[in-house]
Design a protein around this ligand. Structure first.
Ligand SMILES: *Cc1c(COP(=O)(O)O)cnc(C)c1O
Length: 426
């Protein structure tokens, strides 16, 4: 198909994320991707290839077209690409579940596989609400969280997204009203810890669970906070009989410098969501893990089953590539790579702090953020980055990057230069 034909059809029929219909700006057409490079069907701003600064939204941690991951998929393809999961099972899914239990914090023992992060959060919420119902406490059905979060776009996850960024006003009367406190400060403050304790205590009678993204709030604002708050949440939840859910869909698999963000303080949740980098960016898959306490609670109830079962649950292709991606990650010195990228981002993004209109530059693990004091001019910022040969996707007042772990120093420097150029232009 010719590029202009493709764009015209895209405009006419295809809905893109968070977009109007028809779209206001033409997307770039990607023809193929390999390593950390996206190859465009037609050059843009004189560039036929872009260095990927986004890992396709946190997921492609090993880069694209990776021989090991390709082999895992084609190997599995020759056996079966899919089979239903009701009454049947298979080695890829079983191996994946066992592996996830092995690498996540100790009391997490049971794994529910689903097809996307949002669904894994739906499942997590269903588990928590059903746990309390089974224990004869159906009034415990609200969720507690802090502002600035993001947990997905289906209804339950949306209800715990940041009320402003998550468009709660548009959905007043439709969204479940949850309990919110202010977003966590970056550094540990005893007064904020006290606020968490007090509010959890005050609402405990109606709370099924506390749900947060540990250490890094992603799509809700790219904010970082002291991991000590996780310990505060764990203690408050234990003291007041509330379950604790960690959404590690963005932070999982090494992105923040530890395998899981909560590993930083050794705090374990009752329920944990994983997604995004789970399959190395190859296929859509997510997982909800829970402890035996949660599973046993549900199984002792009047309805002793978890009534959830996506058609593509445990998909063999996705499971096989997820196993391969985890093995690939853990077979190398990934901490060294993430530290190297962290140092490169710190150095390369520092000049952005001097630019007019820049509020803050922050880096944690393989995540670099430039926050402006005004909404980003998306078109101008994107153009500026593409001119530098780099793909980034700013939003709100944020230009940010979380490159694949395989990005070398030279490409990393170019990503940083492009983020600075985008900040200057946007
Ligand atoms: C992306 C994300 C989700 C939603 O995952 P999808 O696969 O897009 O449905 C949920 N929580 C967090 C923290 C995320 O970053």
């Amino acid at each position: 198909m010719r590029n202009d034909e493709l764009i015209a059809l895209d405009r006419a029929h295809v809905w893109h994320p968070y977009g109007p219909m028809p779209g206001r700006t033409d997307p770039l057409v990607v023809e193929s991707a390999s390593g950390v490079r996206l190859r465009l069907a037609e050059p843009s701003e004189g560039r036929a290839e872009l260095i990927d600064g986004m890992s396709s939204w946190w997921s492609a941690i090993h880069g694209y077209n990776h021989p090991v991951l390709n082999e895992a998929v084609s190997d599995q393809l020759g056996r079966m690409s899919h089979v239903m999961f009701g009454g049947l099972t298979h080695e890829p899914a079983v191996r994946l579940a066992a592996r996830l239990v092995e690498i996540t914090p100790e009391p997490l023992r049971h794994v529910f596989l689903s097809d996307s992060g949002s669904v894994s959060v739906e499942v997590a919420v269903k588990m928590c609400l059903q746990y309390w119902r089974s224990l004869g406490r159906p009034e415990k059905q609200r969720l507690f969280t802090w502002r600035g979060g993001y947990h997905g776009d289906t209804w339950q996850p949306m209800s715990v997204c940041d009320p402003d960024g998550g468009m709660h006003e548009l959905w007043t009367g439709v969204l479940q009203p949850q309990v919110f406190v202010d977003a966590p400060p970056a550094a540990y403050e005893e007064s904020y810890a006290e606020l968490l304790r007090t509010e959890i205590g005050k609402h405990a009678h109606e709370l099924a669970a506390v749900i947060v993204e540990p250490v890094v709030q992603g799509a809700g604002g790219m904010r970082f906070h002291d991991a000590e708050y996780l310990r505060v949440l764990r203690e408050a939840c234990d003291a007041h009989d509330v379950l604790l859910v960690f959404d590690e869909i963005a932070t999982g698999f090494g992105r923040t410098g530890t395998l899981f963000a909560a590993d930083r303080v050794g705090v374990s949740p009752d329920v944990m969501c994983l997604g995004k980098a789970l399959t190395g960016g190859y296929l859509s898959m997510a997982a909800t893990l829970c402890t035996s306490r949660v599973a046993d609670g549900i199984s002792r109830g009047e309805v002793p089953v978890l009534a959830h079962g996506p058609t593509f649950m445990g998909n063999p292709l996705a499971s096989a590539v997820a196993c391969a991606s985890i093995d690939l990650l853990l077979s190398q010195d990934w901490q060294v790579e993430v530290k190297r990228i962290e140092a490169g981002l710190r150095e390369g993004l520092a000049p952005a702090a001097e630019l007019p209109g820049v509020r803050e530059v922050r880096v944690l693990g393989a995540i670099g953020v430039v926050q402006l004091d005004h909404p980003v001019d998306m078109a101008a910022a994107t153009r500026a980055a593409v001119r530098e040969g780099v793909w980034v996707r700013p939003f709100r007042d944020l230009i940010y990057t979380m490159p694949p772990y395989v990005t070398d120093d030279e490409d990393l420097a170019r990503i940083c230069a492009a983020v600075c150029a985008a900040a200057a232009a946007g």
